[in-house]
Design a protein around this ligand. Sequence first.
Ligand code: NAD
Length: 498
Amino acid sequence: MTITDDTITLSRPHLAPRLLFIDGHWRESATRDRTDVIDPSTGSVLTTVAEAGPADIDAAVTAARTAFDDGRWSSLPGRERARILHRVGQLVRERADEIIAVESADVGKPVSLCRAVDVITAAEQYEYCSALAQTLSGSQRDTPLSAHAYTRREPLGVVAAITPFNFPLVLSSSKIAPALAAGNTVVHKPSEDTPLSALLMAEILTEAGLPPGVLNVVTGTGSTAGEALLQHAGVDKIAFTGSTAVGRHAAGVAGRNLVPVTMELGGNAAHIVFDDADIEKAIGAIIKGFVFNTGQFCMGGPRLLVARPLYETVLGILAQAVPGVPVGDPFDPTTVVGPMAGDRHVRKVEDYVDIALRDGGRIVAGGRRPDLSGTPLAGGSFYSPTVIADLPNTSRVVREEIFGPVLTVQPFDTEDDAIELANSTEYGLAAGLQTANVARAHRVAAKLHAGIVWVNDWAMLDPAIPFGGIGNSGFGREYGPEGLDSYTAVKSVVISLD
Ligand code: NAD
């Protein structure tokens, strides 16, 4: 199926079977096992990938270890590493159509979203980290000792980068770019559901001039490949993004092995609409906050809290607007909501909607799969954007991470009530508020338990702005200079002047 408009002509790619990328070479797994990669728009097989086992993980970590220890990357001047990383950013822009086609087919992401967000963010990650690589430095310390004292920022060694299914390109870039900028080497295991862009990026990084062994990409399941990587004694840092349950396990392994770790985990953000908000603007942000990436967005805003005087008005507007959000083929440039990443994700959403009905929820929009029978998308994993009102705050639908295009809406009476409801979650990744009152914006932002707070919009993200969670959303920060810091260790050098 090819869809054309003035700006985009993209068709589903025909993809050859993919191999593992270890020590600069493409190779089958030791067992020669392979797994199908499914197109979630149609349910058909896109291609197959090699399924890595412990022997392949060991080969990848060994290659990364050798590449780190012999200094082929870590001892390059920062400016030289920067030159290669900047070239990666350029190549991502030059090869954007190819990347978009692969990512959209693999994840079900609308091509328009992939072009505007994923590809640009990935390119900017490499470009931004290229700049950071040139400025990575320690500092001189004033001390009463008779000594010249200074700090050095040194790379950690071999980084295990493990990522989830929902933003494969962005999340692999947000780990690989800073890890490499700091001089580390990397073994990357993407999600088994969406492994394709990571393999394409290995090709692009090689084309940009990255020496062999510095980046290794191993595809495979979490329980086998992921676990083997997590447990490997040759890993010096674990950078994990995924669910809170798996993150808890990964942090436990890191604790036992005393390996530094960053944990980017689940979220369940509240989006507060105060009675002084610009409603028209707020509605755009609310809808973006829960349909973006088909709701498979850790920083989505699935819990809407509305000042009671506006409650029914906002529900009325959502009831009109949400059914009009275009759901369909991700290769259609007008599509806003594509499929979920697979049928198990849709079934999970269906289970939550059943719970909502049992808990007294009122379905204001959606609440079912769209009718795509008789179309090429009939076998796809689609779910209509759904708005549910009137749920008690004790409902699991409000309290748990659904990770689909579902918005719950609750009323509140006072500013303190809004803050209390917003913070009544174990998660703490993102939060947001809509208000015209600047003092209230600062006051409430300071009280929300979250790693990032947006005011009067949603999902404003940039490689320069750190993000990460607290509580069950994890710890550590990605993006910004803080993101780079987590891939380095500080060494102090103290030279006697006597
Ligand atoms: P997941 O935890 O199931 O899987 C994440 C990764 O961990 C995958 O690569 C998987 O193969 C691997 N894995 C699974 N078991 C493992 C094990 N025993 N050892 C090592 N690796 C293992 O998550 P998912 O379903 O792919 O992604 C959705 C989750 O990710 C949601 O909870 C979402 O909120 C979260 N997420 C968080 C952020 C963030 O920045 N905080 C960003 C995106 C997604």
